[in-house]
Design a protein around this ligand. Structure first.
Ligand SMILES: Nc1ncnc2c1ncn2[C@@H]1O[C@H](COP(=O)(O)OP(=O)(O)OP(=O)(O)O)[C@@H](O)[C@H]1O
Ligand SMILES: [Mg+2]
Length: 586
């Protein structure tokens, strides 16, 4: 039995509102026996989704008790993720995957079936009962609204949930499809003896298939009884007239009327009697027979964390491969940005090469002797510093592009998958492994390509490569953290772009900052550390004096630079973990 006792949900009203508190749910009471299919109906904005979220545990009630099989869901242990199925109002699948891949992924993230003999039959069964067999190879992007809703339902059926909550899975469908899906929900409610199925719907036209209808109005429960008694209770001729009827009294008055009659209507539901008002009494007999035959089906056990990481990683690469725009953009940056650096180096390559051949000579002496040579030295110093900074900035630009949308772009999918038992740690690790490939490829190629073409920039190549990898990892992690904290991918992208945009001016590489500002901002500017550490790695070459002549900012050791960049990585990944773990439903 699912039982709600005086459920209330209040939130602080927005500042412009006259009231202090918004009552999204007020004193909601109902009981739903097992093997039952209930509809929640009500005008838009009356609190249907809110009620479903409270039942699912996504939102917490301000007061009141919610019980499942006599277990207080707030105080006792929560439902096992496999016991709960929640189909949200929005699409919860990646556009570039096929229907079959989405369901297979859901099975891999939520069950231990992959690799067993039960996997294929289960996949086929889920496809079949949701009517998606013919669409198995179709990408989510091209599915119609109704087909997406079926898919949302299919994703939840992989675990045999005993509490199945559906938010408008039948909305926007043609009458035939709506009947079919409602019938499917009815079959599902009979299939497992422990199961309760709840479907939110706007439609008042086809409620006969439901065992009960719960009507919400302005956050109040104003009716919960058999569908056939709905017209009688609201004294209307057709169910469609109920919404109009509701507007004729205020919610408080409807609520008070319901309180007086509630026991009578709910008792009928619990006893499953009153055949006179059931048009389908014959069907009910069949149902009850079916119930006898069906045992409670145990929910599926969750897979281990490593298995989840592998599934997420495989899925991410599949999506990346199919996103041709992204693939080309990454290729263009990977190959184009190092070329850009080299173009700036072209004019200076010759003196650079000459200088590198004379590394062991007494450069200071030559500078005093030859004014022209001194100018060359300064130019070379400026060029080396500029090339290192350009490499660093372009690597951070690629890094922010890699990571900014990574979590925020799939936030709602993440929320649903967490509800289904996805471990946040597995999620973040999969992102680290995926983005790690880009970090390594982009920074190492940048370093090696520029070094090859310029005939070798001064300083230790390994140190410079390590710092490039670290600055890329630092910016990737921080942008991943921003992505995890932001509600929308647009916001995450803008913040990440600002972050990259500030790297160059605040690094001190172009113009040095006043000392007190430099000290305050430096810790946060990843580019400063990579640039500064790389220049210091030249300290035993003849270039170091030339480089120091063109930069007034004090340079740090490569070891310190690496340490600070690693700290950025730790902070960024912690932000990504905390951001992903926190709930950000719409
Ligand atoms: N976090 C929130 N902050 C402020 N108001 C909220 C919040 N969540 C919901 N509401 C308000 O609560 C009311 C109920 O929202 P809910 O989404 O439950 O409606 P609904 O009945 O599902 O509507 P629909 O049929 O359009 O989906 C709405 O007026 C909505 O604006
Ligand atoms: Mg809703």
């Amino acid at each position: 039995m699912l039982e709600a006792l005086n459920l209330c949900l209040e939130i602080d009203a927005p500042p412009e509102s006259e009231e202090d508190t918004l009552h999204l749910l007020r004193e909601v009471n109902f009981q739903v026996p097992q093997g039952h299919l209930m509809a929640i109906v009500g005008p838009s904005g009356c609190g249907k989704t809110t009620l479903l979220k409270v039942i699912a545990g996504i939102s917490e009630q301000t007061s009141g008790v919610l019980k499942w099989e006599n277990r207080d869901l707030e105080e006792d242990e929560d439902l096992h993720p496999g016991e709960l199925g929640y189909v949200p109002q929005f699409s919860v699948a990646h556009d570039l995957l096929t229907v079959e891949e989405c369901i297979a992924n859901s099975m891999a993230l939520r069950t231990q079936l992959p690799g067993t003999d039960d996997f294929e039959p289960k996949l086929d069964k889920v496809l079949e009962i949701t009517g998606l067999t013919d669409l198995a190879d179709r990408r989510v992007k091209v599915l119609s609204g109704g087909q997406k809703r079926r898919l949302g339902l299919a994703l939840e059926l992989v675990t045999n949930p005993c509490l199945l909550l559906c938010d408008e899975v039948t909305s926007g469908l043609d009458p035939k499809s709506e009947r079919e899906i409602t019938e499917l929900l009815r079959v599902l409610s009979r299939e497992n003896a422990r199961r309760v199925v709840i479907n939110v719907t706007h439609s008042l036209a086809s409620l006969e298939a439901f065992d009960s209808v719960l009507v919400m109005y302005q956050g109040r429960l104003v009716y919960h009884g058999q569908p056939k008694l709905l017209t009688h209770y609201f004294t209307v001729e057709h169910p469609e007239e109920v919404y109009l009827r509701l507007t004729q009294r205020d919610a408080q008055s409807w609520h008070e009327s319901w309180q007086k009659k509630r026991d009578h209507y709910e008792q009928m539901l619990l006893e499953k009697k009153e055949p006179a008002v059931r048009a389908d009494s014959h069907a009910d007999e069949k149902d009850e027979h079916a119930m006898d035959e069906h045992e409670a089906i145990a929910p599926e056990e969750l897979p281990g964390m490593i298995s989840q990481v592998f599934t997420l990683l495989h899925r991410r690469w599949t999506i990346f491969r199919r996103d041709k725009g992204q693939v080309w953009l990454h290729l263009a940056m990977l190959l184009g940005f190092p070329l850009l650096v080299v173009i700036f180096a072209l004019d200076g390559i010759k003196p650079l090469k000459q200088l590198s051949q004379r590394q062991d000579s007494d450069i200071m002496f030559e500078m005093q002797q030859k004014a022209q040579h001194q100018i060359d030295q300064l130019n070379a110093g400026g060029l080396v510093s500029g090339l290192i900074m350009l490499q660093v900035v372009l690597v951070t630009l690629m890094a922010s592009n890699n990571a900014a949308r990574e979590i925020a772009g799939e936030r709602l999918i993440l929320e649903r998958e967490k509800l289904g038992g996805l471990s946040t740690m597995a999620y973040v690790i999969s992102k680290v492994l995926f983005l790690g490939v880009f970090v390594l490829a982009q920074s190492i190629w940048m370093g090696i390509f520029v070094d090859m073409i310029t005939g070798g920039l001064p300083g230790d190549l390994i140190v410079k490569l390590v710092l490039l990898v670290l600055v890329s990892a630092a910016m990737t992690s921080i942008c991943l953290g921003i992505s995890g904290m932001c509600r929308t991918p647009e916001k995450a992208t803008i913040l990440s772009i600002y972050l990259v945009g500030f790297q160059l001016p605040l690094s001190g590489a172009v113009l040095s900052l006043p000392e007190w500002i430099e000290g305050a901002v430096n810790p946060f500017i990843a580019a400063f550390w990579a640039w500064s550490g790389s220049l210091r790695s030249m300290s035993d070459t003849a270039f170091y004096d030339a480089v120091k002549k063109v930069t007034e900012t004090s340079l740090v050791s490569p070891e310190l630079a690496a340490f600070v960049l690693l700290a950025h990585v730790v902070v960024g990944l912690s932000m990504a973990y905390v951001g992903s773990k926190g709930s950000q439903w719409e």
